[in-house]
Design a protein around this ligand. Structure first.
Ligand SMILES: Cc1cc2nc3c(=O)[nH]c(=O)nc-3n(C[C@H](O)[C@H](O)[C@H](O)COP(=O)(O)OP(=O)(O)OC[C@H]3O[C@@H](n4cnc5c(N)ncnc54)[C@H](O)[C@@H]3O)c2cc1C
Length: 559
């Protein structure tokens, strides 16, 4: 009997069974067709923590234990017996393992290489479903129990801490967190090692020196996120940006046999990843958090074999010759026969003095679980009158004593969904302040007071509020394209029949045909999602355009 039956793994019975399923003899036989059978010894390390997880194991006899090395020795996570398998979602990308797998008794197992595993899950939908579910549930369990091999030592008042927390959780990477305000020993430790306040947060990566307030890229490097990616290869298609549009393009491209690499400046999920709850995405009647949707899409892209380069943004497109080359922030270039640009948009920042001083230290640009935890029951301000502001106000009103919603014009935006308008109007914990703008933010280190002004009456009010959410629309992420493609006057990329004949002539469009539906003024370069001029700013349209773009990539590659 496998020992996991006696371990206290939290969650419902369904979740436990999903996390640790036992395969039938018929399923084991199908799995064996993709790998080789071999014996293992008690004490033999099958997967070492910190090593790339390039092997998958299913046990046919004996037991394998999964442990997490900790300061005082090891913590037993689970024991796998016959019919069970060792692995989690990082196997799909070949990332480093956060746990150690070791023979507990002698036995036999079926060993699959990463390619064998990918081939299995692409061809066997029954096993693919079981493995995918187990991989994701195991990862969720590691994340929620904070049983990662990374320790983040930070403060709720530091923007770097918030950034790194978001980066780790949006990459599905489990970590333990030590809060300097709540844990005096942590503060004492930093004092002893002379760590000044501007070098907080500290990240302890397995096997490396402590990182002091590292960039996302430094952390991605230290965790080996991009280790297996070959930058020299010419791809069929490069997708720039891994929000819903880019992830959809990566899923469709990989599932249709194209050699695809997606590159993402920060973490997968894009703006949708910062949405607390998306209620209007087809198939999720009770809503889905943006982070969950992104995590699933990311795993799905990897399942089909898409490669995703994390924390490496595109800095320039070399568009004067083919194959095109995408230059990367921090150096390096990737060559490709076609490109899907899915870089979306980013939040606008109103011209308030001191605003940047409080970024992440009281001023936020997304309202997710992480930010709502930081605010607790405190009063908050949400700035904006569109859908994302409405969602944030409704979401935060569930935990905050009061939400002040500041709208510059006389009413909520006409584009705001009816259901949100009704909830805002009916909620006793939301006060809608029209004709109102923030004029001053004050605080020592972190935000303490907010002043706003009513432009109709000229009156100002100052409140002891420590949290402001800026949700006032977005500007396109197209600066890196530096004139390679035709854009509209706001910088959004024009595509298909939106490009006028004069613009095509000026752009020296070289082909006898007109650009395809989502094709830009550069042949074989497509734009989808929020970055495209005229796009409906919705998750569903971003995802739909991702799939359409790939069907057109096939046509272009065949030309
Ligand atoms: C708070 C909030 C709530 C929302 N709620 C809803 C909702 O309920 N329903 C709904 O339908 N829509 C909602 N939206 C809108 C929806 O999230 C967007 O329409 C959708 O995310 C657009 O997807 P995208 O992939 O085109 O762009 P984005 O989501 O913006 O993703 C673009 C990605 O590209 C990356 N990137 C940018 N520049 C580069 C570069 N140079 N190199 C590499 N990568 C780069 C970014 O880091 C980002 O990950 C919401 C938006 C927000 C902000």
């Amino acid at each position: 009997m496998a020992a996991h039956d006696t371990l206290n793994v939290p969650g419902s019975r369904d979740a436990r069974e999903g996390m640790f399923p036992r395969l039938t003899p018929a399923q084991m036989a199908r799995l064996a067709a993709h790998g080789t059978s071999r014996p293992f010894q008690a004490g033999e390390i099958l997967i070492q923590q910190g090593d790339q997880t390039t092997r998958f194991y299913a046990i046919t006899a004996g037991e394998v234990e999964i442990v997490r090395p900790i300061a005082t020795g090891e913590e037993l996570i689970v024991v796998h017996g016959p019919g069970e398998f060792v692995g989690d979602v990082h196997m799909l990308s070949g990332r480093r393992s956060v746990v150690r797998a070791r023979g507990r008794t002698p036995g036999t197992l079926i060993e699959l290489s990463r390619d064998g595993l990918l081939a299995l899950i692409q061809t066997d939908s029954d096993l693919s479903g079981i493995l995918m579910r187990a991989f994701i549930l195991r990862r969720v369990e590691l994340m929620s129990s904070g049983r990662g091999d990374v320790v983040l030592v930070g403060s709720a008042h530091s923007s770097g801490t918030l950034r790194l927390k978001e980066f780790l959780s949006r990459n599905g990477y489990p970590y333990s967190y030590l809060d300097l305000e709540k844990d005096p020993t942590a503060q004492e430790l930093l004092d002893r090692f002379n760590v000044p306040i501007d070098e907080i947060p500290i990240v302890l990566c397995p096997g490396g020196a402590p990182l002091r307030n590292p960039s996302n890229r430094a952390l991605a490097d230290c965790l080996g996120f991009n280790d297996l990616i070959d930058e020299a290869k010419v791809r069929d298609v490069i997708v720039v940006g891994a929000g819903p549009a880019g992830l959809a393009a990566a899923v469709y491209a990989a599932s249709e046999g194209l050699d695809v690499l997606a590159l993402e400046a920060t973490a997968p999920g894009g703006q949708a990843g910062s949405s607390s709850k998306i209620e209007n995405y087809l198939g999720f009647p009770s809503g889905v958090s943006g982070n969950e949707l992104a995590t699933r899409a990311y795993a799905q892209a990897e399942k089909f074999g898409a490669e995703i380069l994390i924390a490496r943004g595109a800095s320039r497109l070399a568009c004067d010759r083919t194959p095109y080359a995408v230059e990367l922030e921090g150096g390096g270039r990737l060559r490709t026969r076609s490109i899907v640009i899915a870089t979306g948009a980013q939040y606008r920042r109103p011209p308030i003095p001191n605003l940047s001083r409080f970024d992440g230290a009281g001023v936020y640009y997304g309202a997710t679980f992480i930010e709502s935890q930081l605010c607790g029951p405190d009063e908050v301000v949400v700035v904006g009158g569109g859908n994302s502001a409405g969602q944030a106000a409704v979401y935060l009103s569930q935990t905050s004593q009061h939400v002040y919603m500041l709208v510059r014009s006389g009413r909520l935006a006409e584009t705001m969904s009816r259901y949100l308008i009704r909830r805002i109007e009916e909620s006793p914990s939301i006060s809608l302040k029209t004709d109102s703008e923030i004029v001053d933010l004050e605080g020592d280190g972190r935000l303490q007071h907010v002043t706003w002004r009513n432009s109709r009456t000229g009156e100002t009010e100052t409140h002891p509020i420590r949290h402001v959410f800026m949700m006032i629309g977005a500007v396109p992420n197209t600066r890196w394209l530096d004139g390679c493609v035709v854009t509209d006057d706001k910088g959004f990329i024009k595509a298909g029949s939106d490009i006028t004949p004069e613009e095509l002539t000026r752009a020296r469009w070289p082909l006898g045909r007109s650009p395809h539906l989502l094709e830009t003024s550069l042949p074989g370069v497509f734009a989808d999602g929020d970055v495209r001029s005229g796009n409906v700013k919705r998750v569903a349209s971003a995802v739909g355009e991702g799939s359409v773009a790939i069907s057109l990539v096939h046509r272009v590659l065949a030309e």
